[in-house]
Design a protein around this ligand. Structure first.
Ligand code: AMP
Length: 464
């Protein structure tokens, strides 16, 4: 067996995973299962997203995973990689061309138009969390189904709206203890862009530069010249160094808008880098575009790698609503990648806050005791206690191990003797000290003990 294959099989085994080759029905390439141990990080990240969205006045919204293919062809753009190369699209049983959502914004724009949201007080601020699908080449941090945290602001043309989005994105990562820098640029409006593209084309026409460009960039020169700027090929990166920059071609109004955004970022002390090569891959953006890049500790990674591992991106798209058949409505938004966020938290070993819930474990010994204990569990749960159990097991040892595993503060143990005496055994899980208490006084007793215990405990400060 080739050495690499053997190593892969051994690695898979070490991780408790069966090698894909041995499975009858392995999961699809580029798809990911999120198992128990990882899910606590997802909970944390979702909680942070939900909390920040609420604080900044965004309301949650959900849209279908499946939409008409046309929606993305029109909004995202037929010539983009996402639509032309990566979309999961098919014809359904009614002969309708449909697609799995490759990004959230088009569906959210559709919702705004379809539900007449322009009649709501403006701006309309949407918070969205969900899976998106792109048939890209899988690699570390790049999946074919992945999740995004999206915020969109509709009906607000002010630079403050752009700043709020960047602020939330920055806070999101910072509060998850991930160091990031905002990459920012302005790609202006239609008018300034037209002028700039002319300058750019003239630049590439000079002295045989065109011939040196990579194959894709030669095509971009005709189809989408702005994308020459974010090509990842070494020769194209070298060539673009002397290219004119779009910020020098901005009209007065676009320049003012951009300067205001930057002034606020300075004021709020949000670290950013003016990145003249940032254009984003989609057709609909205008004015502010930004990405969130992790700050590398080793400083070794190439620029290209950092762009590949962007944690999120967004920008303004003031013309999309009208382009999609709605009334002219300025808008901006972002999408942050959940998988890459979780990956970084895990890679950097950022400790999670201890689950500090006041769990009470209810254990039983014997058939009769189990019946009563199950009722006690229901009563305590309804009264608001955070109870846990393992009623399927008979062994007290197994039950107390589970109590330890969930981090229970106390266990209440009901056996034959306690059943007869009208008592229950209370075990402090930290000290192991046990005492007998009156069955009728369980609730009052537990409330008192938990509030005393909570006065003594505090969480670690450097955890998330
Ligand atoms: P985009 O919509 O391409 O701007 O992507 C926004 C964010 O989603 C990126 O910065 C990544 O964090 C995440 N992302 C994009 N593509 C993938 C992918 N194939 N797998 C995992 N995360 C992704």
């Amino acid at each position: 067996m080739p050495r690499r294959k053997k190593m892969k099989i051994e690695e898979a085994k070490a991780g408790g995973e069966r090698p894909r080759g041995q499975l009858k029905y392995p999961r699809l390439r580029g798809m990911k299962d999120i198992l128990f141990d990882e899910y606590k990080y997802w909970d944390l990240v979702y909680k942070k997203a939900t909390e920040l969205a609420r604080v900044y006045g965004f309301k949650r919204i959900e849209t279908p995973i499946l939409e008409r293919l046309e929606l993305y062809e029109r909004a995202t753009g037929k010539s983009t990689d996402i639509v032309s190369k990566e979309m999961y699209s098919f014809v359904d049983k009614n002969g309708e061309k449909v697609a799995l959502r490759p990004e959230a914004t088009p569906g959210l724009v559709r919702t705004y138009i379809e539900h007449g949201m322009l009649n709501l007080p403006q701006p309309v601020k949407m918070f969205w969390l969900g899976p998106v699908f792109r048939h890209d080449k899988p690699q570390a941090g790049r999946y074919r189904q992945f999740n995004q945290f999206d915020l969109e602001i509709f009906g607000d043309a002010t630079p403050i709206a752009d700043v709020i989005l960047i602020l939330v994105a920055y806070n999101f990562f910072r509060e998850l203890q991930i160091a990031v820098q905002i990459q920012i640029n302005s790609i202006g409006c239609k008018e300034c862009r037209e002028q700039y593209i002319e300058k750019l084309l003239n630049f590439y026409k000079e002295r045989g530069k065109r011939a040196k460009l990579c194959y894709d960039c030669k095509k971009r020169l005709v189809k989408n010249p702005l994308r020459l700027l974010d090509c990842k090929e070494e020769v194209c990166i070298k060539l673009r160094e002397d290219a004119p920059q779009i910020v020098d071609s901005l009209c007065d109004s676009c320049r003012d808008h951009f300067i205001k955004v930057l002034e606020y970022l300075d004021e709020l002390e949000i670290p950013y880098n003016l990145n003249p090569y940032l254009v984003r891959g989609l057709d609909y953006y205008n004015r502010t575009v930004f990405e969130v890049w992790p700050v590398e500790e080793d400083g070794e990674k190439s620029r290209e790698n950092r762009a590949q591992s962007a944690l999120g991106g967004g920008g303004r798209y003031d013309n999309l609503m009208e382009y999609m058949g709605g009334r002219e409505t300025p808008a901006c938004g972002f999408g942050l990648g959940i998988e890459r966020t979780v990956l970084l938290i895990r890679e950097k070993n950022i400790p999670l806050k201890k689950d500090d819930e006041d769990y009470i474990f209810i254990a039983q010994l014997g058939e009769q005791a189990r019946r009563k204990a199950m009722n006690l569990f229901e009563e305590m749960r309804r009264s608001g206690f955070k109870v846990r159990q393992l009623f399927t097991k008979d062994s007290l040892k197994a039950q107390l191990e589970e109590a330890d595993r969930v981090g229970a503060k106390y266990s209440l143990i009901l056996g034959q003797k306690e059943l007869m005496d009208g008592t229950i055994l209370l075990r402090d899980m930290e000290s192991g000290i046990q005492e007998v208490i009156d069955y009728k006084k369980i609730n009052a007793d537990m409330e008192k003990r938990l509030s005393e215990k909570n006065k003594q405990t505090k969480n670690g400060e450097n955890s998330v």
